[in-house]
Design a protein around this ligand. Sequence first.
Ligand SMILES: NC(=O)c1ccc[n+]([C@@H]2O[C@H](COP(=O)([O-])OP(=O)(O)OC[C@H]3O[C@@H](n4cnc5c(N)ncnc54)[C@H](OP(=O)(O)O)[C@@H]3O)[C@@H](O)[C@H]2O)c1
Length: 338
Amino acid sequence: MHPAQTRKFGRVDLDVTAFGFGTAPVGNIFREIDEQTSDAMYQTAWDAGVRFYDTAPMYGHGLAELRTGQSLRWKDRDEYVLSSKVGRLLKPAARGSIDFAPWVNAAPFTSHFDYSYDGTMRSVEDSLQRMALERMDICFIHDIDVFTRGKDQPEVFAHAMDGCYKALDKLRSEGVVKAIGVGVNEWEVCYEALKLRDFDCFLLAGRYTLLEQGSLNDFLPLCEARGAAVVVGGGFNSGILATGAKPGAKYNYSPAPQAIMDKVAKIESVCADHSVPLPAAALQFVIAHPAIPSFIAGTRTVDQLKQNLAWFSHPIPAEFWADLKAKGLLREDAPVPA
Ligand SMILES: NC(=O)c1ccc[n+]([C@@H]2O[C@H](COP(=O)([O-])OP(=O)(O)OC[C@H]3O[C@@H](n4cnc5c(N)ncnc54)[C@H](OP(=O)(O)O)[C@@H]3O)[C@@H](O)[C@H]2O)c1
């Protein structure tokens, strides 16, 4: 599939490109990305026809939104789709007083969780001011999962389903945003949210990839039934599906455990048998699912981005997918590219 191909965003009157630009890296996660490289990545994506950009106040304490606004500000606003998130408010502070980890040399704001109605309204307004853009099309409630919130998750989830949901539902009914959803690292949280509230979409990070397909059990079928769109972030599982199982490979934003390294090595061996680059398979697998219109890829360099754009339409023989399934490396019921 061509990265610029547009696809319907679930039940919403919105089309997104199959390849989306993820902005966590330009928030300087783990390492700094200079302004020139950041600008060049947005421009490269734009020139390739990418028209879906995902950002969040959290990424670099506002830095990713600042860079997104700077790069998109003078583009025709009707030509692209923008998503951002709520759940954290940023406040100006002296750089030296801020613990930026895992971000590096981020923007001079502290970040505070806030899932209240007022906090959500303010977060949307703040994001638009930071980006100097007139609107965001999609708004996700960010990080209400156990991965991020640990033992506080049940309380945080309940709070968000009240405060954030009411605010976003109001903004949707007024036409301020077109779609509202939840952006997390666990499909179970998305599933609970969809059973409870009228969400249009989800950003599911790392939980529907070439490496793991647990979300096929309950969540993705419910999305299909309800017309909810799922965009996949962390589709390389934060690195290992792009780099392969080599020393230092990342899984869930940490060094990959041995069991993951072993499984990826087995997938790589099937890739080698069919002359398929692992990242090409990772990219193309995800968007074969009918509920998933877009793969939001994070990249650190222009070269990585260009590679990913090329891998998106790299030819992959049908036998490759059959072989992965036969070897028990991919679920039998997982849709694969035609
Ligand atoms: N809760 C949420 O809503 C949530 C959570 C996660 C992600 N997201 C969204 O999804 C986007 C994508 O996720 P992600 O960036 O976290 O993870 P990802 O796409 O799984 O992995 C991105 C990382 O993979 C490596 N990579 C990518 N292309 C490569 C290539 N061609 N060659 C070698 N390495 C390559 C880079 O690692 P290095 O940096 O180490 O080079 C890059 O930073 C995010 O930017 C964000 O917009 C949302």
